[in-house]
Design a protein around this ligand. Sequence first.
Ligand code: COA
Length: 150
Amino acid sequence: MKIKKLSKSNLYLWTGLRKQLWPAPSETANESDGEEIIRSAHLVSFIALDDDDKGLGFADASIRNDYVNGCSDSPVAFLEGIFVTPSCRGRGVAKQLIDAVQSWGLEKGCKELASDTALDNVTSQKVHNALGFKETEKVVFFKKELTKSF
Ligand SMILES: CC(C)(COP(=O)(O)OP(=O)(O)OC[C@H]1O[C@@H](n2cnc3c(N)ncnc32)[C@H](O)[C@@H]1OP(=O)(O)O)[C@@H](O)C(=O)NCCC(=O)NCCS
């Protein structure tokens, strides 16, 4: 297995994997996200490939300058999403992707790598714990529609 940074040459593999985690409104939406990640110094994606260059999984990460729950430093590296194709799970693919994200975060001068996952995604919580993340906070997000009637 090898881990590669997202680039123009592997963008098509990344979009194919990414839409399995986050179905995008269109193919071009994922492609334009990918192009932005390639251009940006504070965004990154890594792709895991097998020996035949088949995509096994990906991880997206960013540098977050705003406050990140549970962190004591700023900016921090943030794992925005990680996905491993179902038939390749349990073989250390996520571990290698997160190792690559950690190295990138260190290169960017960060002292902490943060992440989040849904309350009902118990597998992801177990994987985070297994890979050295410590649970910090549980939060509930709210929203209110803004109208002129209040
Ligand atoms: C979460 C996910 C990325 C893990 O990928 P993976 O390649 O199977 O993980 P790894 O094989 O690298 O395992 C990493 C560690 O987690 C542990 N682990 C993996 N799957 C596990 C499971 N189902 N239950 C408990 N522990 C598990 C492994 O034992 C390993 O620990 P170890 O290093 O101590 O042996 C994968 O299950 C996935 O894509 N899920 C759907 C998408 C998702 O929920 N993403 C996270 C939120 S964005």
